[in-house]
Write a protein that binds this ligand. Structure first.
Ligand SMILES: *[C@@H]1O[C@H](CO)[C@@H](O)[C@H](O)[C@H]1NC(C)=O
Ligand SMILES: *[C@@H]1O[C@H](CO)[C@@H](O)[C@H](O)[C@H]1NC(C)=O
Ligand SMILES: *[C@@H]1O[C@H](CO)[C@@H](O)[C@H](O)[C@H]1NC(C)=O
Ligand SMILES: *[C@@H]1O[C@H](CO)[C@@H](O)[C@H](O)[C@H]1NC(C)=O
Ligand SMILES: *[C@@H]1O[C@H](CO)[C@@H](O)[C@H](O)[C@H]1NC(C)=O
Length: 605
């Protein structure tokens, strides 16, 4: 076949003169997916390393159809430049690099049919001014109103392919601007950059869930789809890695695309911090121990894989002394064994914990004692070989284990008449398969050394299974896969039933449950935990503003994985604070991925 004939055959079978809006259509997937097109007109708005973006010359008035599209082909743009008006042909294609992502509509195998003119003006659309405001709460119609609903992954964007509703759903909004050149005015970083420098931002549009630091806090029914991540700059420069939550940035202009699980803006050049959020660090807690049973202080801190030789050990000690004001009792999670990630038979954490208590004393803190139970080797998940477990630090001058009788790793604790514990401390039902590859909660009963007062109380230190295996909140599966949620539900039920057994013995029992629940209070595992145990969420009890309830940053959301729940008796006079010592600082200064919290409770009521 002569090349002229081939050209004729190809163009004859191609659909001619569709607009870019036609090609994108009003859904996630193009109605022309897989088909050849010709005579598509557009102006080049930006160029990237592997292709370029064109914008329609004949925009429609349908908000749902993007007027721009990506043209994928490395060589195609060699003689073309921004502002060129061109006519091209090619193949409409839906592309994703991973089956769990949403597809990107593009024109592949492009052929230039005509260069019409050059030097046309290209103006970016200002988000929230030339476009609607991004929706602030929901992601897609397929989430049924709750992006954390259980069960999840009940439908796929790529299969359901709903008609877009860009005024209501965040994914629909960003999809309706796929390929578009946009400007973000007055951008603010709402998280730390990832390892590639990708940074979540909001612009000057309307947002919900704003916290005092400038970030967006996740809450029930509001998962913040109005945020957008800024990806790799188109000019080959690199985004800074030192950006912090709340930093102000220079105005950003770039192309909206979808890659690596998220709608993102590829900026024309690297983002720049114009004003660094201050102060760098939060104030220390104001909650101080009374030294008696009417005001004991409780700390809670996931110390992220702490081993005896961890470089962050001495800073953790400083945090406990300076920022948590040396609580009477500290709930710790992620204490590793005495040789950390070395994968051998060592399970004891005596050296890890005594190294920490020594550093605390050296930093001017008290001489803490500690209590933990070694796990069975390699059975509790986390970093391989690390044998992470939960542990308590306590001031032996002020607290003691009531009739201490530690259980072993395999002993299942029981509530005895009194109520007291069969093992003090002891683990909850460690053989139950709900705890496969996860930490077993550590229950203890304590006595305050404060003469003449009846002041015993129970504690449950938890570190529920991780969210590993989750799919992107902007991924194909709807609602997104909340990794490990079934395990956490079973873990929450077991823990809550143990607590209920204590309260069945004594409805006025004083019980504190704290730790890293790896879940939000408004998702099924913790809803059931609160309901079965009848414990109260201390954030609710104190009335901490919903937007200030966060201990962790993930994607665009400030969120709360670490909680403290108390029995009814302890709600009176309770106080509680989250100390944002790790979420506020830049990545290099972050000591753990979680913020600690401190409470002050009257346990002699
Ligand atoms: C190409 O499209 C234009 C409108 O954009 C139309 O006027 C023209 O007839 C089309 N050419 C062919 C060969 O289809
Ligand atoms: C770009 O222009 C050069 C010189 O005219 C030509 O050799 C080359 O084939 C062109 N490249 C493309 C992709 O059109
Ligand atoms: C600590 O020691 C372990 C081996 O016991 C080693 O794998 C790890 O790299 C060491 N960490 C530091 C910070 O030195
Ligand atoms: C750790 O300390 C406990 C309590 O002091 C002790 O019973 C145990 O033998 C110690 N384990 C190791 C490996 O030193
Ligand atoms: C969601 O379910 C589909 C089957 O409907 C499956 O192919 C896909 O792998 C699941 N996604 C995730 C992230 O687990």
């Amino acid at each position: 076949m002569s090349s002229l004939l081939r050209h004729f055959v190809l163009t004859a079978s191609a659909i001619s003169a569709l607009t870019i809006g036609d090609i994108n259509g009003n859904k996630f997937l193009s109605p022309y997916n897989g088909q050849a097109v010709s005579n598509v007109s557009g102006i080049i708005t930006a160029k990237g390393p592997d292709g370029l973006w064109i914008r329609s010359l004949t925009p429609d008035r349908d908000l749902r159809t993007s007027e721009s599209i990506y043209v994928f082909g490395r060589a195609f743009g060699a003689n073309l430049t921004v502002g060129d008006s061109i006519v091209l042909g090619g193949k409409v294609q839906e592309f994703r690099s991973n089956k769990d992502y949403i597809y990107l509509t593009e024109i592949s195998s492009p052929k230039l049919e005509k260069k019409v003119s050059s030097g046309n003006t290209v103006k970016a659309l200002v988000i929230g001014k030339d476009t609607a405001d991004p929706p602030t709460e929901q992601y897609t119609a397929l989430d049924g109103g709750d992006v954390f609903a259980v069960p999840n992954n009940v439908s796929l964007v790529s299969v359901a392919n709903p008609v877009l509703d860009p005024k209501k759903y965040g994914l629909d909004f960003w999809e309706s601007l796929s390929g578009e050149l946009v400007t973000v005015r007055k951008p603010k970083a709402i998280a730390k950059p990832n390892n590639f420098g990708d940074t979540w931002v909001i612009g000057d549009w309307k947002v919900s869930g704003r916290n005092q630091r400038g970030g967006l806090t996740l809450s029930d029914g509001d998962a913040n789809p109005e945020a957008i991540i800024i990806g790799s700059p188109l000019d080959g420069s690199s985004n800074p890695r030192t950006t912090k939550l709340g930093d102000d940035l220079e105005e950003i202009t770039g192309i909206i695309t979808y890659a690596f699980g998220f709608y993102r803006i590829l900026p024309t050049t690297a983002i720049k911090v114009t004003l660094s959020m201050k102060p760098d660090l939060p104030p220390s807690t104001k909650l101080l121990s009374s030294g008696k049973c009417d005001g004991i202080t409780i700390g809670d801190y996931n110390v992220e894989n702490l081993a005896p030789n961890s470089t962050h050990l001495s800073t953790i000690a400083t945090h406990i002394v300076s920022y948590l004001a040396s609580p009477d009792l500290v709930f710790l999670q992620e204490i590793q064994d005495d040789n950390g990630p070395t994968n051998d038979a060592v399970v004891s954490a005596n050296l890890t914990l005594s190294s920490l208590t020594k550093e605390i004393a050296a930093a001017g803190g008290p001489s803490y004692a500690f209590a933990d139970i070694d796990p069975v080797d390699d059975q509790d998940g986390g970093q391989p070989g690390g044998n992470i477990r939960v542990a308590y630090l306590y001031k032996p001058t002020h607290l003691r284990l009531y009739q201490g009788n530690p259980g072993t790793s395999t002993d299942a604790n029981e509530v005895l008449q009194g109520p007291t514990l069969k093992y003090n401390p002891g683990r909850i039902d460690p053989a139950n398969k709900a705890w496969t590859a996860s930490r077993k909660p550590l229950v203890a009963q304590w006595e305050v050394i404060d003469k003449g007062r009846n002041s015993k109380f129970f504690t449950v230190n938890v570190h529920f299974g991780s969210k590993g295996g989750s799919s992107s909140i902007q991924g194909d599966a709807r609602p997104p896969v909340n990794g490990g949620v079934a395990d956490r539900l079973a873990q929450a039920q077991l823990t809550a039933n143990f607590i209920k057994a204590i309260l069945d013995e004594d409805r006025n029992a004083r019980i504190i449950t704290a730790g890293d629940f790896n879940e939000f209070t408004f998702v099924e595992p913790l809803k059931q935990f609160a309901q079965i145990s009848s414990l109260k969420d201390l954030d609710e009890v104190i009335g901490i503003k919903e937007t200030e309830r966060y201990t962790y940053l993930f994607d665009m959301n400030a969120q709360q994985l670490d909680h403290m729940f108390v029995s009814n008796t302890l709600t009176k006079k309770a106080r509680y604070e989250h100390i944002h010592i790790n979420t506020w600082v830049d990545s290099a200064a972050q000591i753990s991925d979680h913020d600690p919290s401190v409470a002050r409770l009257d346990v002699c009521v």
